[in-house]
Design a protein around this ligand. Sequence first.
Ligand SMILES: C[S@@+](CC[C@H](N)C(=O)[O-])C[C@H]1O[C@@H](n2cnc3c(N)ncnc32)[C@H](O)[C@@H]1O
Length: 389
Amino acid sequence: MTERLFAPCPRGLESALAAELAELGAHGVTATDGGVGCSGDEALIYRVNLESRLASRILLGIGECAYRTAEDIYRGARALPWPLMFERRRTIRVAVAAVRSPLPSIDFVTLRVKDAVCDAFRNATGERPDVDTRIPDVRIHVFLDASRASFYLDTSGEPLFKRGWRTSEVDAPLRENLAAGILRIAGWTPGTALLDPMCGGGTFLLEAAAASLNIAPGTQRGFGFERLSRYDAALWRTVRAAAEAKRRPALALPIYGSDRDPRAVGATRRAFQRAGLDGVATLDRADILAVEAPAAEGIMVFNPPYGVRIGEQAELAALYPRLGDRLKQRFAGWRCFVFTADTRLPKLIGLKPARRTPLFNGAIECRLYEFAIVSGSMRGRRANGPAAQ
Ligand SMILES: C[S@@+](CC[C@H](N)C(=O)[O-])C[C@H]1O[C@@H](n2cnc3c(N)ncnc32)[C@H](O)[C@@H]1O
């Protein structure tokens, strides 16, 4: 049976996610603000949960209704066959998101949808499911636009960027799907040298290593679909086995990471170990200004500290011009991608961005700046060539 699906993602990654979902076999792929709509069968639901590196969740469309009041939404939700979708013993949580909704209280809508689900169960079984707002078995999502409410079951459970291999030891780690999306936008492909000289918890490096070795990002975690009545354990085993068969044995890859903070390097090393990828990447403790190019060409990608504190801002303003010089001296032939919310960066680094891609890190509007590096002395001569900035 073909199902209607919606995959939310970090804003700015929609077209990259659309391409990825099409590669994974989704049909009718359409990018919209904040996510991608598509369709597919049960096997596709399992496959995209297991293999998508960019989606935040995979939501299964279960119904929609027109509304003017919260009671219209209650009636729309109450008409859905909830007791057929999951068992009464499952805990639930309802999440409502709204764009241009005229309703004064989203919390009230959340409450009324929860009531509708519980009333449907009470009517069918005499008992209602419990609510668990922390770790629910079943997550129900409602999306409101100006006049329509759409209801979804979350087939992912925990968001898909939780791969299950990172430790929570470092500050401000990027979400894994945002890091994977940045690698895709950068045009990085397995085999190309990758360097993150401010690696923090190693998110870019781990995503690149997993992609290089065809390791499905969901290998080490469970999914919401396993708690729905429609769950087909045999089909899931087949989908998992197909993904596992594509996996390559771990070997040393041209993936390089460093950070000036030894704790960050340690955290990255441990995350590689947890992922079963010990020794796959080369990791060092180093200041970014001391890093040498590990290959004649490649892709450098990093996200500097946000510079929220005043001292940090000044430190970054002093670092960037020196970094620009260092890149020109040591990284000719490389493409350098910097992901930051700091709009001073291009001016301070003294390089003209070849491209700037707007991307959101949660609610923070950021840019992915691309700099094509040509050496200081070569700049004039190559300015009109293919590597021109
Ligand atoms: C925002 S974090 C990077 C987060 C990382 N992308 C992740 O997903 O975990 C910035 C990192 O830059 C490092 N850093 C700051 N200044 C540095 C410098 N001059 N040289 C090398 N690393 C530096 C910090 O120690 C921190 O780990």
